[in-house]
Design a protein. Structure first.
Length: 500
């Protein structure tokens, strides 16, 4: 099935290099490229945010298409359709152009970090606009690949289209859950705003969720196939209230159509042999450059030189990423023979705490409260260990970046972290990192104690570094699994709208 030509329209609200908030942008930036290499026909639909440089990326208006209008909450919105070719590929990216919804400073939130009050209408607009754009372009792809709740209405609209005309008769849908915690929950009037019959809002129906409307739930019921970003996360969200966020019953109901495919990484962007963002390149055979990057890393974070292991963290500073248990264990960790560097932004309480702790332990803890891609690469290259104590982690990419740079991950065994990281043995002959199961400060401390003890054996450390740098976590394998899934999804949808 993987060798059979298939046309896929990918719908996403983030995609590197045009826009980025989180890991979704990285996945959407890399997966289409690998799919194209495998022979798939790929087009992408995404918003044209004000931050996107049209001239830089050669984005122009689509000729011969104008006057596009969709109705949201009984109000007509006109929009333009622009197109560019994704750098380094032949993939066309179509941009939904509307200043009212996308001429804002940020993608999902206000400058103060609050969600937009009209996020419901922005969501509806994007989904309707993509559907109309597909028709205007006379495109009827084999599969529409929707990502997270922001494109979760498309499976519903496709079901409606199939009942009224034949344009999408052979089009199926895949809906990918990148993070189940963000579901798109709105008030019941959302349905009417979206052009759907308000009578659909019935208890226990796909359109009702504890007295409100849940776009993610609708998508899970109407899509042909559900995918998520690791096998373990697929199991977790369908079997556990802790991970399912109220949708575990729906996911169990659709379990036969639920697929877990581990994300890959961009092995060209994250390559210590060619990385232009680190001071010194290095290879498996010659690890001397890693020592030089470690020295540069300590200098960047204002920490003194030393032989102790350096533990790196690049993350959003939020509870989900484990910063509550890290905070509770930080003083004990800083008593160990190691240094910690933290790069990222997030909740204000953590900004204040880590700033205070860095002042208290200036020789042990370095903190940079910013998003800085150059520094992110340096943390991966210069650290000895990379810490990810996540409460949950659908896939995670940083642990795979770390392996490329010979940096051993220390992770909580959840989601994609469990799928990719296994414990190193005493001699460094097996395993690629250190894991812990219980979500407690004690478990975290014990895992890092083991890592510090292991670091004393320089020969085992070097052996492990060389071995883990050879692991292949690129998109090559995962992209083949996506192609197989698309083949099964061709023409396939979930519930029929009339069945509700």
């Amino acid at each position: 099935m993987a060798s059979e030509k298939i046309d896929v329209a990918v719908v996403t609200t983030e995609i590197v290099p045009y826009s980025k908030v989180g890991g979704l942008a990285d996945v959407m930036g890399a997966l289409p490229d690998e799919l194209e290499k495998l022979g798939a026909g790929i087009t992408v639909f995404t918003p044209l945010y004000a931050s996107i440089d049209r001239e830089k990326y050669g984005i122009v208006n689509v000729e011969g298409i104008g006057g596009l209008i969709v109705t949201v909450a009984r109000r007509d919105y006109s929009y333009g359709l622009a197109v560019g070719v994704k750098p380094g590929t032949g993939i066309k990216v179509y941009f939904i152009d509307n200043d009212y919804f996308y001429g804002r400073e940020n993608i999902y939130t206000t400058a103060e970090g609050e969600g937009f009050e009209d996020e419901d209408e922005r969501t509806i607009f994007f989904n309707l606009a993509v559907m109309e754009a597909l028709k205007a372009l006379d495109m009827s792809p084999d599969v529409i690949h929707c990502n997270d709740f922001h494109s979760g209405l498309i499976p519903v609209y496709l079901a409606r289209e199939k009942e009224t005309n034949s344009h999408f008769e052979n089009t199926g849908t895949v809906f990918s859950v990148h993070n189940l915690a963000y579901q798109g929950i709105f008030e019941p009037e959302f349905l009417e705003k979206a052009g759907l019959d308000s009578k659909l809002f019935q208890p226990m129906s796909p359109f009702e969720f504890w007295g409100r409307v849940n776009v993610m739930k609708m998508a899970l019921m109407f899509t042909g196939i559900i995918s998520t970003v690791s096998r373990t996360y697929a199991e977790e969200i369908a079997t556990s209230e802790e991970y399912g966020y109220g949708l575990e019953g729906v996911l169990r109901y659709r379990s036969k159509d639920l697929v877990g495919i581990l994300n890959g990484i961009d092995a060209d962007a994250w390559n210590p042999e060619t990385d232009e963002l680190i001071p010194v390149n290095f290879t498996r055979k010659d690890l001397s450059g890693k020592r030089e990057n470690k020295a540069a890393l300590l200098g960047e974070f204002g920490l003194p030189a030393g032989d102790e292991p350096v533990v790196g963290v690049v993350s959003r500073l939020v509870d989900q990423k484990g910063f509550d248990i890290l905070s509770d264990s930080l003083e004990k960790l800083l008593d160990l023979e190691m240094k910690i560097v933290i790069l990222g932004t997030g909740q204000q309480e953590y900004h204040e705490l880590y700033t205070e702790m860095a002042e208290k332990y200036p020789d042990r803890l370095g903190v940079r409260l910013e998003f800085n891609n150059r520094l992110a690469h340096l943390v991966e290259a210069g650290s000895d260990y990379f810490l990810m104590p996540s409460l949950y982690e659908p896939c995670g990419l940083n642990q795979m970046y770390s392996l490329r740079y010979g940096t051993m991950p220390v992770v909580r065994a959840t989601g994609g972290l469990k799928d990719t990281i296994s414990d190193v043995d005493a001699k460094g002959s097996m395993g690629n990192g250190f894991t812990f199961k219980a979500y407690t400060p004690t478990a975290l401390i014990n895992a890092l104690k083991k890592a510090v003890e292991f670091f004393a054996d320089g020969r085992a450390v070097a052996k492990t570094r060389r071995r883990i740098m050879a692991e292949d976590h690129s998109w090559k394998i995962s992209a083949k699994e996506y192609l197989e899934m698309y083949g099964k999804a061709r023409g396939r949808t979930g519930m029929r709208l009339t069945a509700t």
